[in-house]
Design a protein around this ligand. Sequence first.
Ligand code: KOT
Length: 809
Amino acid sequence: MKKITQEKFVHEFKKRLAEKYALDVKDAAPSELYQTLVSVVKSGYSDIWRNTWKDYVKNDEKQVYYFSIEFLPGRLLKSNLLNMGWYDIVEKGLKEMGLSLDKISEAEVDMALGNGGLGRLASCFMDSLASDGLPGNGNGIRYKYGLFKQKFVDGYQIELPNEWLTDGNNWAVARESKAVDVLMGGQVHLIDNGKYLEPIYEGADVIKAVPYDTGIVGYRNDHVNTMRLWDAQIPATEEVKYPTIEDRRRVEDLTSVLYPDDSNYEGRILRLKQEYFFTSAGIQSIVRHYKKYKKPLTKISDYVAIHINDTHPAMCVAEFMRILLDEKHLDWEVAWEQTVKTMSYTNHTIMAEALEKWPLEMLEKVQPRILQIIQEIDRRYALELAGKRDQDFIDRTRIIKDGMVKMAHLAIIGSHSVNGVAKLHTELLEDDVLHDFYELYPERFNNKTNGIAVRRWLQVANPELSKVIDQTIGTKWRFDTKKLKELEKYADDKKVLKKIGQAKRSNKVKLADFIKQETGIVVSPDAIFDIQIKRLHAYKRQLLNLLGIVKLYLDLKDDPKQKMIPRVFIFGAKAAPSYHYAKSIIKCINEVANLINNDPTIKDKLKVVFLENYGVSLAEKIIPAADVSEQISTATKEASGTSNMKLMLNGALTVATLDGANIEIKDHVGDDNIFIFGLTKDDVLQYEKDHSYHSADYYNNDPVLQRVLNAFVDGTIPNIEVEGHEIFDSLLRVNDEFFVLRDFEAYIHTKEKVAQTYADQLAWQKKCLINIANAGYFSADDTVAKYAAEIWDIKADQPTEGTLDDVYP
Ligand code: KOT
């Protein structure tokens, strides 16, 4: 990294501000200051960026390409400064000029090219690949519109377009010279030209895919990787073919919007086109780049690993085959061997509605040659199993069935590795959802429990707590998060516990200020800040949390003098625009909030805050201030979860079902430092098998639950005539698919335990410390290191060791 001093930085900053905008510091707007800072920062890593990718070729290094239809990097300014080792110098330099890094950073538009867990994981992995010194690249789509902006009007969610590119995104570099053509639509015929079968395309659209590359800076290791996002454009040579605005739009629309569904799939042709577009562009550019290695294509899997992040890029398998067969003229068997050795696949959900299936006709419309290749893969798969497995097994597992292409089957058959994202999730894949494949290819299956970017979620988001940790155990944890474990030695040190408590309080004061400014609601930092932040989905059971809140409210109405520790319930959640039920839950949470916050008898004892537009930047404000982390999905439904890890890292205590990575969190912190409740995986599977659950029994037999549910339909909660009935019916008449009523009593009981525990602050602080100390196990640096060693077979630069005692004395 370019070395910098405070003096040099100030000089450079002023010079660039004058050159770019002809302005002095005091006259510049935050966005001008921000853009200037970006240009200084970029100049600091650009040499290293160039050297990093050139060294890969020079040293014959195997590289991984992580294909993901979503990336959620959030803001990059602070995290780049931290990783470059420039953070403190720049912060001080700006201060010298009368400026604030915090304020300038707020001018950065959050890059929201993803929906939730899957996209954020991809970005955490980008950061960790670079920080581990691994040769890793991202490959995705540069959506013109990111995930919609959420507003509440009368308690209803309204979606507004997120035109994040209006100010330009100066982190990315457009590389016109690396553009590739992607063919879509039309027809294809194979002709035998004497040497091989040659595909002749007729009437296909030619789309120019232009890459926008963003440098991903590793943590203090002089290593900068690339995240490549593709934009769809009309090639100059083809402009006559697109004479009308509609024609042009057909092309531009390809990379225009991100589909706003999480753990669900939209079977629209435009989505399938997006999937093929970024898959084809990425694979073409990989194979072209491979030429620089001057190695035969029959060895490509020794130098290239391609990762399929859920099934959206599953066409990688067929596109790679297409290039090896049609353009490089390899034999099928040789091409297939290289393909399987190159590809690996991660499954992120077992929810049936998320499993992609596409009609053959749609695939044919998007790319007829890809369909031919998928059909051939499928034919050969069935042929190979014939006689070895019964017909039922073959029918169940083949790629094409009843005119539909099953993308997960394509990904599994075409990859050498299939992984789940937490122990329980992988177990469910092996024993249940993908059991047939597990029997067929046991060696392909493995678990890689998710991890998070501890730098962003602790060092950047929570400087107060980071400082306390430095003062307690030194700074080695900033390089190796497992060193956080050393904090446990201080579990009974009152001074340390108090400092942890003070850091939390200061973060709560900041969040309270923010809440006041955004919503006008006044909350007390002395209350328990109880947080549920994640996409709105029935299986995540925001509704269970809401029923608990309504119960507390009714209890307080019965006995307003009741002594209780004040609580603030904070929600952050977007619902997919077409997910009606989720939007009704949002409306109900907002109306319960209105009722409680405006009831003078309740005073400060209970507040409910639903913050608008949840995303990475808002999460960075909420998480450091959390006391309680709600991880209450129905067991078996949340593949892993990652906000559970971010919240524990920031010293929140988790209220959790035994689902996803909650189980591993419990194993690390011990039963005394987490609040577990509810049905287990076995209970849920049993109910799903024998249908013995009747939600009405719980309503009929529990007067408390009866009263709480009635509040949704009897006018107690105003303004939800429609939504209240919808929710009431979903729980009682449709039999409560996610066992909300079944888990209600256990949940209430557990939340009472939480409040009692909070009353003893020192005991609470101790539990917080143990959570922080054990969160180091959920670092994405380690997760990615495992992918590198066990799936991709790629090697790292020499690891950087050290302390930052020079920087954080
Ligand atoms: C979305 C559409 C289709 C298939 C899967 C998804 C998906 C899954 N989107 N997000 N997820 C989440 O991924 C996270 C990272 O692995 C998990 O922690 C979380 O449990 C998934 O719900």
